[in-house]
Design a protein around this ligand. Structure first.
Ligand SMILES: [Zn+2]
Ligand SMILES: [Zn+2]
Length: 360
């Protein structure tokens, strides 16, 4: 059956437009074959795909490992264009949101349920072609081990793309258990930092402080209890003052800057938690933290990476119920030819979240 399915599909090949990263700072707009519908999977018409910090990182320094070129983009929303005869659970026209992580289901970590830490972890937009294209093929393996979810009908495609970055924020705050009455400091005023404000509030945090640099005007719209301009003020002093010297229960460091991780340890109270949410540059991953403060004050320093499928579902639901105000984040929609421009705007703080519409 597979052979005849694939032959039939080949006859229907047409072309689509895709933006392909071919090397650092080199994006190429190409006309390529529209992918065929996998026999056990679906073909998705991409309606919107967010530009993520990790896309910007790959744009700057190239794709990870030995991957030489790829269609990037992993914050995807679209409609099901076609369904393979052996695929279950989807029909033509379904609206779907897709997160990139695909786990193996077999390794030590998958068996533990920590699928985000899978030893064979692979991602759409890195190991498979991603959403900076008009169509995306999702095979049966990706459907089974990845995160393809129906999105609420009333959501726009652009808003639905925010479910991916929101998922990692939900998983992080669940891990450190931000709870009713807690105080939370967030370092980093990008979209992720602002998602942390909204999620902390939804979990019952009493006060949420933020320190930022380039996008304070934007962050202001999320009404943190204190917004520190790290360019002219010392975030450690300001946030300690705001807690009468006690320090906060949790500090979430959502920047790629090692020195802000150092600040995180200075900002928390005894037995507080510091989360290293942002990765450091691949070529310079070392950080310096006050080891004695961590030791004597029993401070927990933890990492946060990715999430599980249930967080992606939850994110879609929180966007639907407006606990996460997705439309506030997306300040620019660009075409496939304008991705570099979108990246530049995000880097310079001229735009918050930039979303690609491949049909523009
Ligand atoms: Zn992302
Ligand atoms: Zn695994």
């Amino acid at each position: 059956m597979r052979d005849c399915w694939e032959n039939e599909k080949k006859e229907r090949v047409s072309f689509m437009r895709a933006s392909v990263l071919v090397g650092p700072r080199q994006l190429e707009l190409r006309e390529i074959d529209t992918p065929t519908t996998p026999i056990d999977g679906i073909l998705v018409r991409v309606m919107a795909c967010g530009i993520c910090g990790s896309d910007i990182r790959s744009f700057e320094s190239g794709l990870r490992g030995d991957i030489s070129e790829q269609v990037m983009g992993h914050e995807i929303a679209g409609t099901v264009e076609d369904v393979g005869p052996q695929a279950e659970g989807f029909k033509r026209g379904d609206k779907v949101a897709i997160a990139p992580d695909v786990c193996c289901g077999e390794c030590f970590y998958c068996k533990k349920g920590w699928v985000n830490l899978c030893d064979n972890h692979r991602m759409i937009g890195t190991h498979w072609p991603g959403g900076f294209a008009q169509f995306l093929s999702v095979d049966g393996y990706m459907l089974k081990h990845g995160m393809v979810h129906h999105m609420p009908d009333e959501l726009s495609f652009v808003d639905a793309t925010m479910s991916e970055p929101a998922s990692s924020v939900l998983a992080c705050q669940e891990n450190i258990n931000v709870s009713l009455g807690d105080t939370v400091a967030i370092i980093g005023d990008g979209p992720i930092g602002c998602l942390h404000i909204e999620v902390a509030r939804a979990r019952g945090a009493s006060r949420v402080f933020m320190s930022g640099l380039h996008r304070l005007d934007f962050a202001e719209e999320f009404h943190p209890d204190l917004l520190v301009d790290a360019g002219s003020q010392d975030p450690v002093r300001e946030i300690l003052n705001a807690t009468k010297g006690l320090g906060v229960d949790h500090c979430i460091v959502a920047t790629p800057v090692a020195d802000t991780q150092r600040q995180g340890v200075e900002i928390v109270r005894k037995r507080g938690t510091v989360v290293l949410f942002g990765g450091l540059p691949r070529t310079d991953p070392m950080t310096t933290l006050n080891g004695n403060k961590i030791h004597y004050e029993e401070i927990r320093v933890v990492g946060a990476f990715s999430y599980q499928a249930r967080h992606h579902r939850l994110a879609l639901d929180l966007i639907r119920s407006k606990k996460i105000s997705a439309s506030k984040y997306v300040t620019r929609v660009v075409s496939l030819t304008e991705i570099e421009e979108g990246i530049r705007m995000a880097q310079q703080g001229d735009a918050m979240k930039v979303v690609v519409d491949p049909w523009r």
